[in-house]
Ligand binder design. Structure first.
Ligand code: SF4
Length: 372
C-alpha cells in the first residue's frame, strides 16, 4: 500500500494496531487516502468482527403507516400536512396485509416509518404493535418507529421518554431504530429540520429506550449539503454514545450502523445525488471510525446493486427491501430481483447468509468488541 504522507502513514499504523482514530485523523483519511487505501483499512477493521468472505442480509419492507407529518423537513418528499389532500393512516388490516405479503416472499423484518401525525394518539401505536405481536409472535420482527417519531409521540402523550418507551415495550415492541438522525449536528438540523429535535434530545431519547430494555440502531444519511466536518461529528457522537452504552454494560443494545444516501427528487431542498464512489468511501470511513459497533450495513435501498460493493469497503450486512414510500417518492427505485442482488454479492467474493429472525437474527458473526 503506497504511503502518500507521513500523517497518513501514522494513521494507517494506528488502525493496524487497533488504536482509535480521532476526528482530525478521520479528516486526513478522507482527504488523503485513496479509494484502495480506505478500502484496505476498512477491510482490516471489518475482520475484527467478521470472517472475510461472510456477509449477512434480510428481506424486509418498510411500512409507512401514515404520511401525515408536521415536521416539514425540507429534504422530504413524503409528507402531507394535516388536512392536506392525500394524507393517510393505515388500518391494522392494511398493515397485516403488508406483513402477510412480506412473509409470503420469504422476508421476516418490517420497519415502521411514518410522520409526526398529531391525530394519532399513543394508543394507536400500542394497539397496532400489540396486535402484530399477537398475530405473528416471533415469526417476524419489527422495528417499531424511528427515534424521531418516538420522541414526537412521547411529547404528544405528555410522557417522558422512559415512560413512553415502557408503554411501547409492554405492547410488544423490542426495537426502535435510530432513524431521524440524518446528520447529527445542531446546525444541520437548524438548516433543514428545525422541528425534528436537537442532537442532545435525540441521544436522550435513545438512552431512555435502552434503559427501558429496548434495542436500537445507529443511522445516518449523507448527500445533502453537509460538510465533511459534519459527517465526522456525526460519527464521533455515535461512537461516543456507544462507548457510554458499553461502559454501562449495554453495548448489545446498539449492534449496527446503517448509512444511506439522500434522494433529492421532488423535495423542497432538491439538489443532485452524490456519486456511489463517495458513498463507498464514507462507508469505509464509518467502518474504521465506529470501532465499537460490530455490524455496518450498506444501503441497497438507495444505492441498488452497487451497494453490494460496500462489502468491499467494510460493510458486512444489507437489507433487500421490497417497499419504502419515503425514499421511493424522492427517487429511490426498488428491485425485487433478489437472486441477481445476491449473485452480485457472490461475484464480489462474499457468501451471503440470511439472518432469519427465528435463528438469532441479531447475533453478529463475532460479538467481541474491541478493547480500545
Ligand atoms: S422526514 Fe420524516 S419527520 Fe421529516 S417531514 Fe418527512 S416524514 Fe416528517
Amino acid at each position: 500500500m503506497p504511503t502518500t504522507t507521513p500523517a497518513l502513514a501514522d494513521i494507517r499504523r494506528k488502525i493496524e494496531n487497533r488504536a482509535r482514530i480521532s476526528p482530525d485523523e478521520a479528516h486526513i483519511l478522507w482527504r488523503e487516502a485513496s479509494d484502495d487505501e480506505l478500502r484496505a483499512l476498512a477491510t482490516q477493521v471489518r475482520a475484527r468482527f467478521h470472517s472475510p468472505a461472510s456477509c449477512t442480509y434480510m428481506l424486509m419492507r418498510i411500512i409507512n403507516y401514515t404520511n401525515v407529518c408536521v415536521a416539514q423537513c425540507d429534504y422530504c418528499a413524503f409528507y402531507k400536512l394535516p388536512g392536506q389532500e392525500g394524507g393517510y393512516v393505515l388500518s391494522q388490516q392494511q398493515v397485516f396485509a403488508k406483513l402477510d405479503e412480506l412473509l409470503a416472499l420469504g422476508g421476516d423484518l418490517a420497519g415502521f416509518n411514518g410522520g409526526f401525525n398529531p391525530h394519532l394518539p399513543l394508543d394507536y401505536y400500542c394497539d397496532l404493535f400489540s396486535a402484530i405481536r399477537d398475530r405473528y409472535g416471533d415469526k417476524l420482527e419489527f422495528y417499531a418507529l424511528t427515534i424521531a417519531e418516538f420522541m414526537y409521540l412521547a411529547d404528544h402523550a405528555n410522557l417522558d421518554y422512559l415512560a413512553a418507551a415502557e408503554r411501547l415495550k409492554t405492547a410488544g415492541v423490542r426495537w426502535i431504530t435510530g432513524g431521524g438522525s440524518e446528520i447529527l449536528t445542531e446546525d444541520f438540523r437548524r438548516r433543514h429540520s428545525k422541528f425534528k429535535y436537537t442532537v442532545a434530545e435525540y441521544f436522550q431519547a435513545q438512552r431512555a429506550l435502552v434503559d427501558a430494555g429496548l434495542r436500537t440502531s445507529a443511522t445516518m444519511v449523507i448527500g445533502f449539503d453537509e460538510t465533511v466536518e459534519e459527517r465526522i461529528a456525526h460519527l464521533e457522537r455515535t461512537r461516543k454514545f456507544q462507548d457510554e452504552l458499553i461502559a454501562a454494560g449495554k453495548g448489545d443494545a446498539l449492534a449496527s450502523f446503517l448509512c444511506w444516501t439522500y434522494k433529492p427528487y421532488f423535495t423542497q431542498l432538491g439538489g443532485i445525488e452524490i456519486a456511489t464512489g463517495e458513498y463507498l468511501r464514507h462507508l469505509a470511513l464509518s467502518r474504521i471510525y465506529l470501532d465499537n459497533i460490530p455490524r455496518i450495513r450498506t444501503s441497497v435501498l438507495t444505492q441498488n446493486e452497487r451497494a453490494l460493493e460496500g462489502l468491499l469497503y467494510g460493510a458486512d450486512d444489507f437489507d433487500l427491501p421490497i417497499e419504502d414510500e419515503v425514499t421511493q417518492l424522492a427517487g429511490a427505485t426498488i428491485s425485487l430481483n433478489f437472486d441477481r442482488l445476491l449473485a452480485t454479492a457472490r461475484t464480489l467474493g462474499f457468501t451471503p447468509t440470511y439472518r432469519h429472525v427465528a435463528t438469532g437474527w441479531n447475533q453478529p458473526a463475532s460479538p467481541q468488541l474491541p478493547s480500545s
